[in-house]
Design a protein around this ligand. Structure first.
Ligand SMILES: NC(=O)c1ccc[n+]([C@@H]2O[C@H](COP(=O)([O-])OP(=O)(O)OC[C@H]3O[C@@H](n4cnc5c(N)ncnc54)[C@H](O)[C@@H]3O)[C@@H](O)[C@H]2O)c1
Length: 250
């Protein structure tokens, strides 16, 4: 499948995990991918891997919470004579802390990286997306709809992401589609610190009995970015192996 020939895609948080998988997937289907992250060495490496595989990719440093960095990223794409047709806004920040342990600065940081960044990204590339009749995909989370201890700011940002995406979906509907993906437990670097036993518990909490792979979220992102999803906007696509629907009672 080559659904993104002549398309330029921006992916944030592209240096690892779901973002890297999304960048690789979009590139493998013909997109020129701009990888944005703050982990420069890892981001450069993913871009290089894509180029080695025959794809087109460029790493650009961008702290997604910074309006200036978004502006610079946009300037960079303009300098390349690109009109961006896909934005996958995916970077995130999180520190485990219940409400009583979370201070205002911690709250602000998570909301800035996880939620304000979506607004900044959408606003920065709105002109391009309208011109190209493009698609914007936000990585939200099952945390948008479920409470798990230690995630107040993260959950608020992810719920906010789903709500935020609905707004431009109706405001710019005829030309641009805005959707969110809601991953469940996906085995990326964020699971490195999780004990094997706890990984097993999370896997057992899904209907499919396993953790997901970053590639499995990337295929959902590529679907939403493509013309295959031409009549889908303002939607939440859950990619969680049935974690949200599996409930046990004794
Ligand atoms: N892995 C999971 O189980 C899971 C579950 C639900 C949702 N998600 C969501 O998926 C997305 C990707 O998560 P992942 O598991 O691939 O994580 P990851 O840690 O592998 O990747 C996150 C990337 O974001 C980058 N980043 C952090 N702060 C940034 C900033 N200010 N500006 C630019 N880049 C920044 C990091 O450097 C990193 O490369 C996140 O939005 C996360 O909330 C993940």
């Amino acid at each position: 499948m080559q659904r993104f020939t002549d398309t330029t895609a921006v992916v944030t948080g592209a240096a690892s995990g779901i973002g890297a998988a999304s960048a690789r997937r979009l590139a493998s289907e013909g997109a020129t991918v701009i990888l944005a992250d703050i982990a420069d060495a890892a981001g450069e490496k993913v871009a290089e891997d894509i180029r080695q595989a025959g794809g087109s990719a460029l790493y650009v440093r961008c702290d997604v919470s910074s309006e200036e960095d978004w502006h610079r990223l946009h300037e960079r794409t303009r300098a390349l004579l690109c009109r961006v047709g896909v934005v996958h806004s995916n970077a995130f920040a999180h520190r485990d802390a219940a409400v009583h342990d979370l201070d205002g600065a911690g709250w602000d940081r998570e909301l800035a990286v996880n939620l304000k960044a979506l607004f900044l990204g959408a606003r920065t590339f709105l002109g391009d997306l309208r011109e190209t009749r493009g698609a914007f995909i936000a990585t939200s989370s099952v945390h948008a709809h479920f409470g798990l201890p230690g995630y107040p700011a993260y959950a608020a940002s992810k719920g906010g992401a789903c709500a935020l995406v609905r707004q431009p979906a109706v405001e710019y509907g005829p030309n641009v589609r805005f959707n969110s993906v809601l991953p469940g437990p996906i085995l990326t670097e964020v699971w490195d610190a999780v004990a094997e036993e706890d990984r097993r518990l999370s896997a057992d909490a899904t209907a499919l009995g396993r953790l997901g792979a970053a590639d499995e979220v990337a295929s959902a992102v590529a679907f939403l970015a493509s013309e295959d999803a031409a009549y889908i906007t303002g939607a939440e696509l859950v990619v969680d192996g049935g974690w949200s629907v599996k409930k046990e009672s004794k």
